[in-house]
Structures are given as structure tokens and as C-alpha cells.
Design a protein around this ligand. Structure first.
Ligand code: MRU
Length: 353
């Protein structure tokens, strides 16, 4: 009875392993949902079962799974797994509400869950499970296609021999496909452009240092890991010609939220006269949000700043401020690279939907 499409995302499948129904670099769905625990990368590749709503909520909140598009797809496929187990309409609606609220900033999460909820409300009792599974599967396959289209538009902007600077992780670990900003970089490399990527380590949770380096190493893309505080030097010295980042939510006026540190990079790029691109699918656009000031910004635990992995380096009671994201004003964006095409500054990003 489940809809089994046999679709592969970005990752090559292990020939020895049984072929799952849906597979991306860090997500598998075969009636159950498995996620590659990104907290353990790059040291360990351990998959966790996120089929139960509470397990999936915990995985999203703990950043075992992360990246705006991928948390939306994961939440949807968790609902599919829940439907496969025969959950009632009321139980599915309850689970959807919990998943939808797991993180506040990435609008992809709300958008994906709302699509599944609409399918739940449309379906009759006999077709309920199939409707949920089919909508969640569509969200996965659509994200793969969105990534491919963004990569094609963005790679055309990159010249042979360039240095590129990126922040956080926006690749196959953040989407069901090749990624957003990192998907552009990957395709430029695959098309034969000789590029070099400067990877911000992305404090405090090191999505750049742990995850983007892991992806680029697998892909054979030349890169250098830098501390976040070194980005200014790289841009001043002409070692990177472009800055590419992803987004968690783009407001109607083009302001966007992305991993904290993005705003600083945009200021630096403007100061040095370098192009700064926001690469995101239209599932990241929020037309209901008028500008960046209206984007809800997630505040995370002080412990993420006071130390890491069981080691504390700040006083246990050190006052902290730890927003997961910051907002970059549209005025600092050279262009938004969407799956629909490249929208240049001042031409109306939401109209491009
Ligand atoms: O807190 P995270 O790791 O989920 O933050 C992720 C980002 O900020 C990404 O840049 C964003 O989701 C776009 S990734 C396709």
C-alpha cells in the first residue's frame, strides 16, 4: 500500500546495501525514517531511527538533522512513517503540530508540514495513509529537483579559477538533493571550473568545520577550512571572489535569515566590492513575512557557547546570547539564486516565486 517510488537523491548508493525507497546523503525512507546523525560527523557515520514523531522532533531540535529544506522533508517523511504504522487522523494532526513547532526560523519546516496537513484534511479514511505518504514523497523528490535547478543557475555565475567563500553547511546534508549554495559550488566543480572553497568553521556548532569539509572532501572539491574571524582577510586579500550562502527564511522584501555570521559576511563582501549570493529554493520564501524584522529567530542553549562535547571553557554561569541565525538585509544581497532563476537586487525576490 505505500507509494514506493525508488528515487535516489544526491548520494551514490552502496551496491552491497539493499536499495531503499528514498535515499539522500543523510536520509533514508523505506516505510521507516532513518537519519544520519549529523552531531557525530565527521568522526562517525551513525544512522538513527526517526520514524516516531517524538524521535524526529528530538532529532530536529538537537541538530541530528538540520538545514532548512531537510528538516521540512524529514518532518514530512516522519508523518509518512507514522501513517504507515496506521496512525489515526487525530494522531497525525497532533504529530504534525509537534513537528511543525520543532524549530522556529526555517519556513521550509512549516511549509512542508502544512502540505502534509492539507493532504490529511483532503483524504478520506480509506486513503489517509496513502495520501500522507504520497505528499511526503513528493516533497522529497521536489527538493531534489529544486536543488538541481538552483545549482544550474548558480554555477553559471562562477568563473574558472575563482575562490569562493561559504558559511555553515548548505549541501547534501542540508537538503534532499545536492544542496543550495554548496550545490552551486559542487556543480561548478563538476563542470570543470577550477575553484577553491574557503569554508567558515561556523561557530558555535561548527557546521562548516564538521559538515561542509566532510562533504567537499567526499566530492574532491579543493577547500581550506578557516576560522570565522579569518573571512575578512580572505576577502581583503582577493583570495575569494564570491560569497555564497543559504537561507532559512526569505522575507517579502528579500531580507533573509541564515546561520549567525551570515550578516557579517554580507557586510564584508560589500566593503570589498564582492558579489554576495543567497541561494535558496522558493520553499524558503515567506510572502507572509514583510521584512527581516518579522522573522522569528531561534535562541539556543547557553551551553553551546560555554563549551562543546562535554568540555566547558567558559564559567558555568557565563551570561550568553546565542541566536542560531541572523538577518541579512536585502540591500547587501547581489542576487538571490532560486530554482526559478537568478533574481538581481531590486527586481523583487518574492515576485520570482
Ligand atoms: O542550524 P542549522 O544548521 O539548521 O542552520 C542551517 C543553515 O543556516 C543553512 O544555511 C540553511 O538552512 C540553508 S541550507 C540549505
Amino acid at each position: 500500500m505505500p507509494v514506493r517510488a525508488g528515487i535516489q537523491g544526491a548520494a551514490p548508493l552502496d551496491a552491497e546495501a539493499p536499495v531503499p525507497t528514498l535515499q539522500s546523503l543523510s536520509l533514508r525512507y523505506d516505510g521507516s525514517l532513518s537519519l544520519l546523525d549529523q552531531r557525530l560527523l565527521p568522526e562517525e557515520e551513525r544512522w538513527i531511527d526517526a520514524s516516531a514523531p517524538e524521535a524526529c522532533v528530538a532529532a530536529i531540535q538537537g541538530l541530528a538533522v538540520r538545514g532548512a529544506p531537510l528538516i521540512g522533508v524529514s518532518a514530512a517523511l516522519c508523518l509518512a512513517a507514522t501513517a504507515e504504522r496506521g496512525a489515526s487522523r487525530a494522531a497525525l494532526i497532533h504529530a504534525a503540530a509537534r513537528l511543525r513547532a520543532a524549530r522556529p526560523t526555517a519556513v521550509n519546516l512549516m511549509g512542508a508540514v502544512d502540505r502534509v496537513l492539507a493532504a490529511i484534511h483532503r483524504a478520506d479514511d480509506a486513503g489517509l495513509a496513502e495520501a500522507v505518504i504520497s505528499e511526503a514523497t513528493a516533497l522529497f523528490t521536489e527538493d531534489v529537483a529544486l536543488c538541481a535547478a538552483m545549482a544550474a543557475h548558480g554555477a553559471a555565475l562562477i568563473q574558472d579559477g575563482e575562490g569562493l567563500l561559504t558559511h555553515c553547511n548548505t549541501g547534501g546534508l542540508a537538503t534532499a538533493g545536492v544542496g543550495t549554495a554548496l550545490g552551486v559550488i559542487r556543480l561548478a566543480h563538476e563542470q570543470g571550473r577550477r575553484i577553491h572553497v574557503f569554508v567558515d568553521e561556523t561557530r558555535p556548532l561548527l557546521q562548516g568545520g564538521r559538515l561542509t569539509t566532510w562533504e567537499l572532501r567526499r566530492l574532491g572539491v579543493p577547500y581550506t577550512l578557516i576560522s570565522d574571524s579569518m573571512a575578512a582577510l580572505i576577502l581583503r586579500d582577493g583570495r575569494a571572489q564570491r560569497v555564497l550562502v543559504g537561507a532559512d527564511r526569505i522575507a517579502r522584501n528579500g531580507d533573509f535569515a541564515n546561520k549567525v555570521g551570515t550578516y557579517g559576511l554580507a557586510v564584508l563582501a560589500r566593503h570589498h566590492g564582492l558579489p554576495f549570493y543567497c541561494v535558496a529554493p522558493t520553499t524558503t520564501l515567506d510572502p507572509a513575512c514583510p521584512d527581516g524584522a518579522a522573522i522569528p529567530i531561534e535562541l539556543r542553549s547557553p551551553e553551546e557557547l560555554r563549551g562543546a562535547r562535554g568540555q566547558r571553557w567558559a564559567p558555568a554561569d557565563a551570561p550568553t546570547e546565542n541566536p542560531a541565525f541572523d538577518v541579512t538585509p536585502a540591500s547587501l544581497v547581489t542576487a538571490w539564486v532560486l530554482e526559478t532563476g537568478v533574481v538581481w537586487e531590486g527586481t523583487g525576490v518574492v515576485k520570482a516565486r
